[in-house]
Write a protein that binds this ligand. Structure first.
Ligand code: FMN
Length: 334
């Protein structure tokens, strides 16, 4: 093992936690590095210290804490494999960051150079031969020569400030921003406001479905009632009205009677209810139409999400869910 010159004594006396926080601002990918001990047992650790070193020869590095149980194995290993995790492998990353359990139990693995275990479903895999090891304070720096590699289009997992994350392309956001600024200056409306964006997205998405409803003889109000009952049957008139007013429409008048007359709804009196109220249900005909609308909705959503791409679709769902759950707003009690 080569030993680097001793680093000079740092001027600043710093708090370890703060130093970790400072390092955490450097966004990285997440890897799992695996090896096989001479006795055949397998080792693996989650590591975000991975980095590229050289193209020719192809060298990569990562550092392993001297306190790691896996240290002796990696100090002896002639080969190890780097798995750059894909966006949906955060649980695997957590699994391999925990000590004191058989990390490979129940996992399907392949074998690589030196019998190294290879994990499936990663964005990239590299099989490496140990080239150098350096002492690096409380870590050992492992440098490996990449003997072979394979990579895919799967978006990688990201690690930032102690959290797993996904990365969405910045230049697309810039393009959108420039477009919004251009339209805002031409017609004076604020097309960058959330209300504008959410409203437009809503109309864009439901426009298609409304058109589908209209083809089947449903106006906007009837479309709403059908979907509300498909989400949960057995709602009272007051409840449907409350939902309806919440969604910004005027209260229902003769809509329910019309829909019942067309065989889409039926009313049943809930005998268990103290006030014996009428509750609305979809008839089999109504259920069939609701099902067709749901199928059309799923299909148009799948088309839209395919246009966005995997990571942006996840990002959109995540942000909308966070937005919906912001404190201080009335929740739609479905
Ligand atoms: C996202 C993440 C990144 C990590 N990166 C490293 C690293 O680069 N080097 C390291 O020694 N430990 C790192 N760890 C901690 C190790 O994964 C953990 O201590 C190790 O798996 C312990 O297992 P062992 O004692 O069985 O070797 C990281 C943990 C997480 C969750």
């Amino acid at each position: 093992m080569s030993t680097a010159n001793k680093p000079s004594v740092p001027q600043q006396v710093f708090d370890q936690r703060e130093f970790r926080n400072a390092l955490g601002t450097f966004t990285t990918g997440v890897t799992i590095i695996t090896a096989c001990r001479p006795d055949g047992t397998l080792v693996g650790v989650t590591a975000n210290s991975f980095n590229s070193v050289s193209l020719d020869p192809p060298l990569v590095l990562w550092s392993l804490a001297k306190s790691s149980n896996s240290l002796p194995a990696f100090e002896q290993a002639e080969h190890w494999a780097v798995h750059i995790l894909s966006h949906d492998q955060d649980q695997l990353a957590t699994h391999f960051s925990k000590r004191g359990h058989d990390k490979f139990a129940g996992l399907t693995i392949e074998r690589g150079l030196g019998d190294v275990p290879l994990l499936a479903g990663c964005t990239t895999r590299m099989q490496c031969k140990t080239a150098y090891r350096y002492d690096g304070g409380d870590h050992i720096i492992m440098v490996g020569e990449v003997m072979n590699f394979e990579h895919s289009d799967m978006p990688p997992l990201v690690y930032q400030r102690g959290n797993y994350a996904i990365a969405t392309r910045k230049e697309l956001a810039d393009e959108a921003e420039a477009l919004i600024k251009a339209t805002a200056s031409s017609n004076g409306s604020d097309e960058n406001s959330l209300s504008y964006l959410l409203g437009t997205a809503y109309f864009q998405m439901y426009g298609k479905l409304r058109a589908f409803g209209a083809e089947h003889g449903l106006n906007d109000t009837e479309f709403f009632v059908l979907n509300a009952l498909a989400a949960r049957q057995g709602r009272s008139l007051e409840e449907l009205n409350r939902l309806f007013v919440y969604a910004g429409h005027s209260p229902l008048l003769h809509v329910l009677d019309d829909m019942s007359a067309r065989g889409l709804l039926q009313i049943a009196v809930d005998q268990g209810d103290h006030h014996a109220r009428g509750l609305f249900y979809l008839t089999p005909l109504g259920q069939e139409l609701a099902q067709q609308i749901a199928d059309a909705g799923r299909q148009s959503e799948a088309e839209m999400l395919a246009n966005l791409g995997t990571v942006d679709a996840i990002a959109m769902r995540t942000l909308l869910r966070r937005f919906i759950n912001l404190p201080g707003y009335d929740k739609l009690d479905e």
